[in-house]
Design a protein around this ligand. Sequence first.
Ligand code: ADP
Ligand code: MG
Length: 475
Amino acid sequence: MQKSANSVWGNCLNFVKDNIHNQAFKTWFDPIKPLKLNGDALSVEVPSKFFYEWLEEHYLEILKVALTKELGQGARLVYVIRMENTFGSKQAFTESIPSQNKGRIKVQNVEAPLQAQSAELKNPFVIPGIRNLKVESQLNPSYNFENFLEGDANRLARSAGIAVANKPGGTSFNPLLIFGGVGLGKTHLAHAIGVDIKSKYPEKTVLYISAEKFTQQYIEAVKKNTRNDFIHFYQVMDVLIIDDVQFFSGKTGTQDVFFHIFNHLHQNGKQVILTSDKAPVDMQDIEQRLLSRFKWGLSAELQRPDYETRISILKNKLYRDGVEMPDEIIDFVAKSVKTNVRELEGAIISLIAQASFNRKEVTLELARQIVEKFVRNTKREVSIDHIQKVVSEYFQMDVTTLQSKTRKRHIVQARQLAMFFAKKMTKASLASIGSKIGHRDHATVLHACKTVDNLAFTDKQFRKYVDDLNKKLSN
Ligand code: ADP
Ligand code: MG
């Protein structure tokens, strides 16, 4: 069979997937696109220089094994780093960095430069004295790196934050965009970076501001006819941190002014740090030219903390407050409150308060009552429809395909998994599960449940499906 970039990369991915954690696979391998195969050299596109460096540091060996299996001893991997060029032009000039030899895999790095061809505000009016202006950073020193505990869910974002703090404006993570759901630590991390920069580089002008406040200030400035002052003020920052930029959605005036400020800072090697509750691709009503700039640097996601991280966050909180609590209770809280760190902290703070104000012993029963208040709102019944949707999405098919009469193996398996989870997670009868998932009878559902049980036991790949889906469904 004729080999193609797609087929070779597809096989490599299968191999890699079996050998690393799913989350890591998703983060580091899903975004890679095979580009072309030239003899024994496979070119792949990676989203950023940081990405490439990370792959090199953590996955070179496994990539080497996988690629050698596919292409033989002479296998080479060529990374192409995609960076969007300014003003929508994708026609970037490329620059080759000399190839390094690492093992047998030659790594070549072709990069489109991060250059803004400016139609820029050059800021000709330096306001006298403004450089000496003392800017209150608005940073909260209690949000620092020491108490921002590390876990799988935040490792990338945290490390990138530390890198930025060590060399503001001097890494390829500019802007650094931290995104993730509520209460996962975006604000904390954004402050931590600023606080760290201030302690290392006290002379640097650092400003933390929420996108909302920035917007209000801007509106004020327009009203008072001081738009230029507003812009100049922001242009003297060495480090500008804007929290919750999703707030800019639909606000074209603010986006426009931020665009100019951003360009100015970026061109002058100043650091921009942004947070958002969504990834750039999911942001709505934000101008394309701004979105494309958000993607220039690194977008790092904060995910929900895993069990171990939840435990360490709880223990750390207790330790800092000088409170002791039985492990059994910590474990209970960590297992019950999963959605975000804010709720986790809320639950433990309530427990501490109960314990100290009422001089009550913290029992498991008390913990249960308190935790219930925190999780009640977030717990929801899983429906069969929801299960079908999640399973279909996971296997990248639509629900009608999942329910169809076909005997194609992967579709049958997806359907059986949906039935299995419906049995496990809802109170519905076998018959009603069958009728909802493609009009099957109860015997088919029973058979599906048994098959899934068996396969999960004997087939490693299949077990991974079950585990992944279990995670997705129990969130
Ligand atoms: P977001 O801005 O994403 O909504 P916050 O930064 O306000 O979330 O975080 C919510 C709470 O959780 C804060 O009190 C913060 O200190 C805490 N928190 C979040 N992540 C961590 C972490 N990794 N370690 C310790 N505390 C954390
Ligand atoms: Mg926040």
